[in-house]
Design a protein around this ligand. Structure first.
Ligand SMILES: O=C(O)c1ccccc1N[C@@H]1O[C@H](COP(=O)(O)O)[C@@H](O)[C@H]1O
Length: 206
């Protein structure tokens, strides 16, 4: 089955609409201030309102004050929450919304144990561990570290680009792929030609 595609870190209406038209299944909105892809609630609102139907919207948070998450949810009809920090399971489920849990993969991390801990998550998003930032670093990890019996959908991320996402799909067979840096011309600026090439490479890999 062709993996679903999430493009993360859209910051303006035109790029978000174009990304949807190019075939993205989901758009990620980053509510993490230190990120170059941070988006205000007002702009996020404009983006969500402008998207065509059947394109999911995902709100990304990193160890956020629950008041921030609740504030965003009061205003925005997000489809899914993405927790990309060290949030414990109780925190993730406290909002009563579907969520995916991001984990930063490095040798020794027990992904099966994490899948068990976050059993009510809709999926486990596996990103690269980096000491530089919690995510969006463009760094890859060793896909051999992924178990082939994860009991929930695997969302693969971390350093994916148009040039390597086909191989990633054929090797890992993820439920979905997620990308930020690999489809940008500079940090935080999406390049629609790269977005198009990324989506085509995923579809081609089947
Ligand atoms: O995109 C960001 O700026 C970001 C900031 C903080 C946490 C996660 C972030 N993005 C997520 O990081 C991964 C990998 O991104 P990349 O393609 O390697 O740049 C991806 O899941 C994004 O959703």
């Amino acid at each position: 089955m062709t993996p679903r595609i999430k493009i993360c870190g859209l910051r303006d209406v035109a790029s978000a609409k174009a990304t949807a038209v190019l075939g993205a299944d989901a758009i990620g909105l980053v509510f993490y201030e230190p990120s170059p892809r941070h988006v205000s609630i007002n702009v996020a609102h404009e983006i969500v309102a402008a998207l065509p139907p059947l394109v999911s919207t995902v709100g990304l948070f990193v160890d956020a004050d629950p008041a921030l998450v609740e504030g965003v949810l009061r205003t925005l009809p997000l489809d899914l929450l993405q927790f990309h920090g060290d949030e414990p399971p109780e925190y993730c489920r406290a909002f009563g919304r579907p969520y995916i849990k991001a984990v930063r993969v490095k040798p020794g991390l027990d992904l099966l144990e994490l899948a068990d801990r976050y059993a009510d998550a809709r999926g486990l998003l596996c990103d690269a561990y980096s000491s530089a930032a919690p995510g969006g670093t463009g760094e890859r990890f060793d896909w051999q570290l992924l178990p082939d019996n994860l009991p929930m959908p695997l969302i693969l991320s971390g350093g994916l680009r148009p040039e390597n996402v086909g191989e990633a799909c054929r090797t890992v067979r993820p439920w979905a792929v997620d990308v930020s840096s690999g489809v940008e011309s500079s940090r935080g600026v999406k390049d629609l030609a790269l977005v198009g090439r990324f989506i085509a490479a995923v579809r081609q890999a089947g």
